[in-house]
Design a binder for this molecule. Structure first.
Ligand SMILES: CSCC[C@H](NC=O)C(=O)N[C@@H](Cc1ccccc1)C(=O)O
Length: 628
């Protein structure tokens, strides 16, 4: 068994469908009129907040009074506007935007009181993103990646001259730089240098004047050590490191003495956040099996207090402290769409934004419950299960397994529109955190290395078995759907374990790691070398882990959904899936979304993709030809 935190095993028979006279199929469009939130930032005076939200069906910037007000749209575009940061003089908001999901971002700025948007970097072949203002407002540090480069570097934009100066020049092909923030005195920029498969990282300090970069956390072997903030007096770093236990742990790091003060012991992963403006507190996050809470650590007495928000997924988008110490946090849960909350000096949390359609009553929405089951080799797997209301335990219900992307990622207790749509229509859904997922320590995260679609696929199969063992689900009516690595898993599942699955919906999934290494973004081709080895020397591994090797065995109907501009899993993958299944006489359908990249962003496409998914499962798992 792969080592991971201890959890109690769940008897599948203990799952019990609740009676709920209010329950019924949630209209799919309503789920996407529950708007999303893609980042928020305080104004320097703490009176206003800028939010990236899709109130219009597009992620644009909106300004809202921190005391609560009707939101005012600052900028409009068909393309998503994210990463908003307010200039220190309060006059400008810088942000990033790409074209049609193609991930080649420019940096833009919009006057905070309204006015024309300025394209700051205006470069078609270089991506500029994640801007951070220097405290004097004269410079913006940002992450820079030319389209054909393997590495992301750090550069600075001079506000007065509009000139860009590159600070780092990554020499290896398999490392990238992640910008964190400036020191208050403007002398340094803090950043993380990370290897492309996210198994090794170190905190660095870059001298703004000379561009000299110094590694602050050198270490032997592989360890993930990342800085998330620097204290206002420049003495401490907020660090997250797995060097001590193999699990991410939040720590304070004394820059002069180069030593650690670990915050709170926990069997679960913890992550450092930001310092309060007075430097007395550090925020940190506890991730207990996919449910997260924010805590405030008092640096003087070493005690932590939990921020009082409802249970679920409580997160900080970065830059969450206002200048007077109030906190801006995001809360969501499986039956609650995300919203921003402000935590006052008295610790009381007040909801700032309301994004759900009034008709989406949490009490009528299926809620996810956390379960734990044993996989083929005894490894304990955590999963969220959505059990429909009013369901008879008669082994008649269809079931759907929802694999996540990554592979290093985690299904968390978020508002999951796919699971809600399906569970409200009688599908029992399960979203497992299979080996390879984050959140359970590095040994667990690396347990699918060079074995993609091996042990991790078996963990998905055991998720299906868990549903069947509950007594609710018909073993002949199990489907799978997921995006990216989740799409890969769907292809691998229907091809390698065809007896288990009656239908699949693969969204921008990978059919061949060989063609991926030719067509994917150069940075991701490097990732493949770390995950699988060299495509020529390690051909056997590439063959054994590519769905195309097993595609002849696919028997169940497959729906393919793909963005035209995806640079991570390019359209060639979807085209091969369709061509191969058609050629062997199988059932396959496909829909390509123009102006979409890796995942769908535009409301009409999100609605369309979920409607097609539900219709596919209604047809092939329930035997209905018309979707409701
Ligand atoms: C160490 S995996 C890094 C790849 C990246 N992960 C996180 O964002 C990613 O884009 N993953 C894709 C799938 C993929 C994996 C490897 C190479 C290309 C694509 C995903 O979103 O699941």
């Amino acid at each position: 068994a792969v080592p991971a935190p201890e959890r109690a095993f769940t008897d599948p028979h203990s799952l019990t469908s609740l009676a709920n006279p209010q329950a019924g199929p949630v209209p799919i469009a309503d789920l996407f009129f529950a708007r999303g939130n893609a980042g928020a930032a305080w104004s320097p005076d703490g009176k206003q907040v800028v939010v990236s939200t899709n109130l219009t069906g597009r992620y644009n910037l909106w300004r809202v009074s921190a005391a609560g007000s009707w939101p005012i749209q600052l900028a409009q575009s068909d393309d998503s506007q994210t990463g908003a940061v307010w200039s220190p003089d309060g006059k400008w908001i810088a942000f990033q935007s790409d074209h049609g999901g193609g991930e080649i971002f420019d940096l833009y700025a919009v006057p905070a009181n309204g006015g024309a948007v300025v394209d700051l970097t205006n470069s078609d072949d270089i991506s500029e993103a994640s801007a951070r203002w220097s405290a004097d407002g004269k410079s913006l540090a940002f992450e820079r990646k030319p389209k054909t480069a393997t590495a992301t570097d750090i550069a600075v934009f001079d506000w007065a001259t509009r000139k860009v100066r590159e600070l780092t020049h990554e020499a290896t092909a398999d490392h990238l730089w992640q910008l964190v923030e400036w020191s208050n005195d403007g002398h340094f920029i803090y950043a993380n240098r990370i290897n492309a498969d996210f198994t090794d990282a170190s905190a660095w300090r870059i001298d703004f004047a000379t561009a000299k970069a110094e590694e602050l956390t050198p270490h032997k072997g592989h360890a993930l050590i990342g800085v998330s903030a620097v204290s206002p007096d420049g003495k401490w770093l907020a660090l997250t490191s797995n060097a001590r236990s193999g699990r991410n742990e939040a720590a304070l790091f004394d820059i002069a003495k180069r030593n650690y003060r670990w915050l709170e012991p926990s069997p679960w992963e913890t992550e450092s956040g930001e310092f309060s403006p007075d430097g007395k507190q550090l925020s940190w996050k506890l991730n207990a099996d996919g449910r997260t809470d924010i805590f405030l650590y008092n640096i003087a007495n070493g005690k932590s207090e939990k921020v009082d928000l409802p249970s679920g997924l409580n997160t900080a988008d970065g830059r969450s402290f206002a200048s007077d110490g109030r906190l801006l946090l995001k809360h969501q849960a499986s039956n609650t769409p995300s919203a921003y909350w402000i935590v006052g000096h008295d610790g009381k949390a007040t909801q700032l934004t309301y994004s759900a359609l009034a008709s989406l009553d949490s009490a009528a929405l299926p809620t996810a419950q956390l379960v734990h089951y044993k996989s083929f080799d005894g490894t304990l797997i955590s999963a969220f299960v959505w059990l429909p209301f009013n369901l008879a335990r008669d082994a008649h219900a269809p079931g759907v397994v929802l694999p996540h992307g990554g592979p290093p990622d985690q299904t968390v207790d978020s508002f999951n529109r796919t699971a809600t749509a399906l569970a409200s229509r009688g599908y029992v859904c399960i979203a497992p955190n299979v080996r390879g997922s984050t959140g359970y320590g590095m040994a667990f995260q690396q347990a699918n290395l060079k074995d993609l679609g091996g042990g991790d696929l078996q963990d998905e199969v055991y998720a299906a078995k868990f549903l069947i063992a509950s007594g609710y689900v018909d073993a002949q009516k199990i489907g799978m759907t997921g995006g990216s690595y989740g799409g890969y898993m769907t292809l691998m599942a229907l091809a390698k374990t065809p007896d288990v699955w009656a239908a699949g919906v693969e969204q921008y999934g990978i059919i061949s790691w060989f063609t991926m290494s030719e067509h994917s973004d150069p940075a991701l081709s490097q990732v493949l070398k770390l995950l699988l080895g060299d495509p020529v020397k390690d051909k056997k591994i590439y063959d054994a882990t590519s769905p195309i090797t097993f595609i002849k065995q696919i028997r169940s109907p497959m729906l393919v959904l793909q963005g035209e501009n995806d640079i991570r899993v390019p359209k060639e993958e979807a085209e091969q899936v369709v061509a191969r299944i058609k050629a062997q006489g199988g059932t396959v359908d496909v829909h390509y979304y123009a102006d979409e990249g890796h995942g769908f962003d535009k409301r009409e496409n999100l609605i369309d993709a979920l409607q097609r998914t539900v219709a596919w499962f209604d047809r092939y798992l329930k035997g209905n030809t018309i979707a409701k």
